[in-house]
Each structure stands twice: as C-alpha cells, then as structure tokens.
Design a protein around this ligand. Structure first.
Ligand code: UDP
Ligand code: GLC
Length: 421
C-alpha cells in the first residue's frame, strides 16, 4: 500500500477569542503544525496562543464580514456581500496549496463552502453547533443547509446531538456524519497541588470570603444561553454556598454581563457571588472549587467545561439537553438537572454540599470516565486519521481506526457527503 505523509491542512476559524471551538482547534493545529496553517478571520488572544505554541497563523479580516452576528444575520450578511466575495476569493487562493480545507466555525463554513468551487480541495466542516431553531434563525439554518450542499465534502460532529441536528436539517445519511467527541488533557487538568493552591489563594483573597466557604464554580463565556442568571438564582436559594463566575463576555454580550451584577444585587447576594473574569488557567480554578455547575438553558452541543471539570477531579452538575447525556450518567459520574430550573439546581447544589461522600464518589467516577472516553489522545488520533482518509481516500485501515468509537460508523466510502470532482 502506498504510504502518505501528513496532509497539509488549512484550518479556518472566524474568532480571535478563545471559545470552545478554538480550544478544540489548538491541540489539533499543534499536532499538524509541521505542514499545516491556521487562518483566522479576526485577531485576538487565540492568535497569540497559536503562535506561542509554534503554529503558523495568519489573519484575514474584513470589517463588514466581522460585523455579521448570529442575531442580526440577514441584514449584516447583505451589507457584507462585497467583502464576502473578496474574502472568499482570497481564502480559495490560499487553499490551493493545501490538501484539506478545515472549517471550524459558522463564518468559516459559509466562506469556505463558497470558495470550494474555486479551490476544489476536500473541505471538511467540524460541527461544533446544534443546528436547530434552539440556536439559529430560520435564515441562518437555510444558509447552513445550502453551504453544506454546495461546498462541503466531509463533516465531523463534536457529539451525537450535533450530528442528529445536522442530519435532521440536511437529510444526510448517518454514515456521512461521523462523531468524534472532544477531548481533554487530563494530566493538565488534574495538575499539581501547588497550582491549585495558588488559584485557591487568589480566591481566598476575594473580599469577605470565609475560609470554609462552599465554592460553586460556573465556567464559560457570559452569554444568556449558558445560563449564568440561572446560577445566580439558584445560589440565592443556597445560603451557605458561594458562586464563582469564571469567564467573560467574549462575543459582545456586555449588557448581559452587566445585568448579572444587577441581578446579584437585587437578589441581595453580591457578597456571595464572585466575578473573576476570563482565566487562562482553568484547571487550577476548577480544582479550587468544591463543585462545578454547568447551567446552559439550550441544548449544549458538547460542553468542554463538563469534561474539564471531571478531569479536574471535581463533582459536576450539568443541565439536560444536547450532548450532556453522552457525557454524564446521573448519580454515577455527575448529576443532571433540567435546564432553566433554578429551584432544582439549588436542590442539587445543596444536596452535594451536604454530602462530601457523594461529591467524592461522583468526582472519582468522573475522572475515570473522562480518562477512558474523553482523552485528548483519542480525540487527536481520531481527527488526524480522518484527515488522512479525506486527503487520500482509500486508506481504509486508518479510517476504520478513526471512527471505531463513533456511533455513526460509515460503510466503505460513505463518510463523504459527495464524491470529489
Ligand atoms: N474558558 C477559559 N477561560 C475562562 C472560561 C472558559 O479558557 O475563563 C474555556 C473553558 O475552559 C472551555 C471553553 O472556554 O475550554 C468553553 O468551552 P465550552 O465547550 O464549554 O463552551 P462554548 O463557549 O464553546 O460554547
Ligand atoms: C461550541 C459549543 C460547545 C462545544 C464547543 C467545542 O462552542 O457551544 O458546546 O463544547 O463548541 O466543540
């Protein structure tokens, strides 16, 4: 059998900020950096992080395209048409010297798919979203459907929940939508005691924090669907607990972030809620908590913070919906509550606060499960062997290894949406 080297991949991501999709791209780009590059459609700390890791990065920004937001999709997209057309041509030109074009975000999907006819390179969309009305407008969903139809050769979904939504939207067969669950670097999140102590020390410096406070951490960007307001409402009902909100308004949701502080004041819990902003060293911050809560009120496409909390050896409460049941088994390795229900969330927090034994049992099982099912090595192995198969279809043995753990196992030659021209 002919042996190939590593494919050259142009990874495209719209964000300079570090959200979950970027956290997933970083180790992949590092693993492939000998021959691959990252193209960002806006600048920010993610570029710095990639560069520090030694990845070749470039930024191609168009202000009009940048201005397109999910909630004002239609008008902004119309205004940006000339910019879109220029950027599509530039991206297609760049793509010609690569073996694969990898689209990591929504704007990357649209621009990359539009350019597919120009560069003719196998194009893969890494699906980090649940493409349903829970998250997108009708018009946006139409664009997604059309982009997949005209310019995507392969997709890889981050969960079965994301895969199912894509299948429902596009009518693709299950075999064309393989699932590769995200992974976490367990060793890094378990970390060492010294690091955890330093985050704890920072926490203990927070005004008025008693040394025996029960700390509940909610990690993630401040945005309504991540449910920080539900976290506040719940913590108001558990008088002995404190809430630490780790994260910031990354994509312009400043009003929501301000509103959370107002809500805390109105609830009379400002002294029990700590806004610590965006933190790089999430592992240490997680280990400094007694309990970690995920509070999304819409179906979570995956939820990296959940597997990170498990890897940090902390008990987790997560809200039902999306991929949560692919990760958490209720009362085995975590606790599941219904979304948008602060009373139930408060009950769960209080039960765990009262039961250190249950906390320890859930955390221990969580750590075992995450090591077995959500390791970063498994994620990287599955992703990179999928790339080999996309670049050089027919390397069957590798493809089988890639998708061995995917529930959507393709038959030979079927993990492709359509044949390459
Ligand atoms: N995160 C971070 N610093 C923070 C808050 C969050 O680095 O202060 C990271 C977090 O560790 C996780 C990612 O942001 O890796 C969020 O990913 P997730 O999949 O949970 O949610 P998303 O925002 O992508 O929907
Ligand atoms: C998206 C999703 C999140 C997922 C992340 C990485 O940002 O909202 O649930 O964990 O991508 O796949």
């Amino acid at each position: 059998m002919q042996t190939h080297g590593e494919p050259r991949i142009l990874f495209i991501d719209q964000s300079g900020q570090i959200g979950g999709a970027e956290v997933c791209l970083l180790p992949l780009a590092v693993r492939c950096m000998r021959r691959s590059e990252v193209l960002l459609l806006s600048d920010g700390p993610f570029r710095e992080q990639l560069e520090e890791a030694g990845v070749q990065v470039s930024v191609d920004m168009d202000p009009r395209v940048l201005a397109i937001k999910k909630d004002r999709f239609r008008l902004a997209a119309l205004a940006a048409l000339p910019g879109i057309s220029r950027q599509v041509r530039r991206i297609a030109h760049r793509a010609k010297s690569f073996d694969i074009v990898f689209l990591n975000t929504q704007k990357a999907l649209i621009l990359g798919a539009l350019g597919r006819a120009l560069h003719r390179k196998p194009t893969v969309w890494h699906v980090h979203d649940i493409v349903s009305r829970d998250h997108f407008s009708r018009v946006h969903l139409l664009f997604i459907k059309w982009a997949v139809a005209i310019g995507i050769d392969h997709v890889i979904a981050n969960s079965q929940a994301s895969a199912d939504a894509l299948i429902a939207l596009t009518g693709l067969p299950r075999s064309a939508v393989p699932v590769v669950h995200n992974g976490v670097d367990v060793a890094r999140f378990r970390g060492d005691a010294a690091q955890a102590k330093s985050a704890l020390a920072k926490l203990r410096e927070l005004p008025g924090l008693p040394s025996d406070a029960f700390l509940v951490g909610l990690f993630g960007r401040l945005t309504p669907w991540k449910g920080q307001h539900i976290g506040l409402d719940a913590i108001a009902r558990v008088t002995n607990a404190r809430l630490v909100l780790v994260g910031d308004a990354l994509f312009g949701e400043i009003e929501y972030a301000k509103g959370l502080r107002v809500q805390a004041e109105k609830l009379g819990i400002s002294n029990r809620v700590h806004f610590v902003g965006f933190q790089q060293d999430v592992g240490s911050w997680m280990r400094a908590m007694d309990l970690i809560v995920h509070a999304s009120i819409r179906p979570e496409p995956f939820g990296l913070v959940i597997i990170e909390a498990m890897a940090a050896g902390r008990p987790v409460i997560a809200t039902n919906g999306g991929a949560v049941r692919e990760i958490i088994r209720h009362l085995q390795n975590g606790w599941i509550v219904e979304p948008d229900d602060p009373a139930r969330l408060a009950e769960a927090i209080d039960s765990l606060r009262r039961s250190p034994e249950l906390c320890a049992r859930l955390a221990a099982q969580g750590l075992t499960d995450v090591g077995q099912q959500f390791s970063i090595d498994r994620y990287l192995r599955q992703m990179t062997s999928a790339f080999s198969d996309m670049a050089w279809p027919g390397s069957r043995a590798r493809r089988d290894e890639t998708l061995a753990q995917s529930t959507n196992r393709p038959e030979s030659g079927q993990n492709k949406i359509k044949p390459h021209p």
